[in-house]
Design a protein around this ligand. Sequence first.
Ligand SMILES: [Zn+2]
Ligand SMILES: [Zn+2]
Length: 113
Amino acid sequence: MLRNKPSMLEKNAPMDNTRTDPIFTQEDREAEARRLAACICARGKTTIQCLRCGNLCFGRKFRPCPSHPKIVFLYDIRACSVCQGTLKHLEELPIDFETYQKLMRVGPARSSP
Ligand SMILES: [Zn+2]
Ligand SMILES: [Zn+2]
């Protein structure tokens, strides 16, 4: 070995330059990016209809996040508050809050004109 004195550069040179880590191939990075892109933790609320009793509510239907399967949001809706219908009865509708409120106002709950 010709390196008789320790070079200062060696300290600063990152090990990763020479080592190809199998965990972080380009493909893995893309997969990771896709996984994070699939994150639904920050999804907005929407109108949810119970297919069993027709009840409408506004919130988020419980769904495990593909990126963070262990994170649970307590306020996500897992069951219909009226008939206790389960997740399979809950359907997310592409209806925003404004429209949801209008629907509630003209809904069957109101009987007098
Ligand atoms: Zn997430
Ligand atoms: Zn219901």
